[in-house]
Design a protein around this ligand. Structure first.
Ligand code: NAD
Length: 460
């Protein structure tokens, strides 16, 4: 791992955190955080397009290009990817959409030759996020960087500092933070209506079937000398970087990051401890665990909550992906996939008629007129058997749907922040906190014991 880090080139590229603090940002270090300058507005009142580039047009880069295709007034100027296969694909997609884009292998050359860019989307592998993001921020661009912010917390910290010190925006790609369904669940169902009562347990998961490692078209194979320049040992590692310790954070960061981020966001409190176990149980050529189970202890405004998270590489019958919040008056099964989402009312909870009439919950065939209020049940007598119903809790839906690609609202929030100063829904500070919470699982597995968080662990 060390060898790879030495030849592993984010650090070779002169962007080691100590370097950037000494050089480019030294001048800005004493400045107060500057205000983001709004984009140029034409005299007609029409706004100029936001001029964009993307670094990394692999699978997620392409998803983001598709999601952005439905957002007006964007002008794509450049694509950067070290792999000619991805680079040509990204350039081709954007050209088909009518953008005249230049293509680059090297992000520094792109930043030199494209001085007019307003913003850059970073969708490279995690270990490249810090060098790419910091170089773009220093070059005066706003950055949307994919999650996990970085596989190194020190690098993530430097990204936040670079954003603060340059005064440029940094949005981290936890897209649920801009999803109106998640906002409704958090702000209306949990916070305002308090339909779950006191949440004591959370159960989140993303399980999927074991599958072959990712391959590549032989025609586009890169040789090991070229790959070493960018920190990869060979083509297998280049394509399957997320499973290697110097390059990614494993499935807990790849998949778990999304949902563990939702835990603290919804619970409105930070974890105080985590324990975890897992192993490389299936693959024989991976470094990170393919099966991970973690238990967090959270302090919430209403008391302690325990949150279990599992990411399993096993069978597609593993139940899919969701975050399940359980309280003494109800439960919310939340997922980016609406088919998994449901709100359950505990039989003994106060009546929910008010929330039906206010439109906070809905149920097929149920209207305010047809609704029959629930009566709170009598407590069981001490000398009788408690026969309260445990099955078939009443199940409700949320009245909010997302009618666009799941990443689109998060990109829109980023562009609105550039244009109008709208607050980012996942600024670097939040991404950092999330990375600190997620990466501690890997530490807890290595230490084989429960580890505690300190409040300062979440703050840059
Ligand atoms: N928000 C989400 O839902 C979501 C989903 C999937 C992936 N992601 C994140 O997106 C990022 C990319 O993941 P992916 O699945 O697309 O990986 P990928 O391997 O499919 O794509 C990565 C691309 O980056 C290129 N690349 C590698 N090193 C580079 C460098 N130094 N400079 C320029 N280009 C480089 C590769 O050639 C490849 O085209 C990761 O951070 C991942 O965590 C986010």
């Amino acid at each position: 791992m060390m060898d790879q880090q030495k030849q592993g080139t984010p650090w070779e590229h002169g962007l080691l955190r100590r370097d950037f603090l000494k050089t480019g940002l030294a001048a800005g270090a004493g400045l107060a955080m500057s205000q983001v300058t709004p984009l140029r507005a034409q005299s007609s009142g029409k706004e100029d397009p936001i001029r964009l580039a993307i670094i990394g047009t692999g699978s997620q880069g392409r998803v983001l290009l598709d999601a952005a295709a439905n957002i007006p007034n964007l002008e794509w100027k450049a694509v950067c990817d070290v792999w000619n296969y991805s680079r040509r694909y990204g350039q081709g997609v954007l050209r088909k959409m009518g953008h005249q884009v230049n293509a680059y292998e090297d992000y520094r050359e792109m930043l030199d030759k494209e001085p007019d860019l307003d913003a850059v989307i970073v969708a490279s592998p995690d270990f490249w996020h810090a060098p790419h993001t910091i170089a773009c921020l220093e070059a005066g661009k706003h950055v949307y960087c994919e999650k996990l912010m970085s596989n190194s917390l020190e690098d993530a910290r430097d990204m936040v500092l670079a954003s603060r010190e340059t005064g440029n925006l940094l949005q981290i790609g936890h897209q649920r933070r801009s999803n109106p369904r998640y906002h409704f669940a958090r702000d209306k169902i949990l916070k305002e209506a308090e339909l779950l009562g006191r949440i004591t347990v959370v159960n989140g998961q993303w399980n999927r079937s074991a599958s072959e490692d990712i391959g590549w078209p032989k025609k586009y194979e890169l040789d090991s000398e070229f790959l070493a320049k960018y920190g990869y040992k060979d083509m297998h590692q280049f394509r399957n970087w997320r499973w290697f310790k110097a390059l990614g954070g494993g499935p807990i960061s790849d998949l778990g990051a999304h949902q563990i981020d939702v835990f603290s966001w919804f619970l409105q409190g930070d974890p105080v401890a985590v324990m975890a176990d897992g192993g490389v149980d299936y693959y024989d050529n991976h470094e990170w665990q393919d099966n991970v189970m973690a238990i967090y202890t959270f302090n919430t405004p209403k008391g302690v909550a325990r949150a279990f998270y599992q990411v399993q590489t096993t069978t597609s019958a593993g139940g899919g992906y969701f975050e399940y919040f359980m309280g003494d008056e109800g439960a919310l099964k939340m997922s980016e996939n609406p088919k998994y989402t449901k709100i359950f009312r505990e039989n003994n909870a106060p009546d929910w008629g008010e929330w039906l009439s206010k439109g906070y919950i809905m149920q097929e065939g149920e209207t305010t007129a047809s609704y029959k209020p629930w009566k709170k049940q009598e407590a069981a007598q001490s000398d009788t058997v408690d026969v309260r119903e445990t099955a078939a809790l009443s199940a409700w839906d949320m009245p909010v749907a997302l009618d666009k690609a799941i990443h689109q609202p998060h990109l829109e929030n980023f562009f609105d922040a550039i244009r109008h100063g709208t607050p980012l829904t996942c600024p670097g500070e939040e991404g950092y906190k999330s990375a600190a919470i997620v990466l501690k699982v890997n530490e807890a597995m290595a230490a084989a014991k429960q580890l505690e968080f300190k409040p300062e662990d979440f703050v840059v």
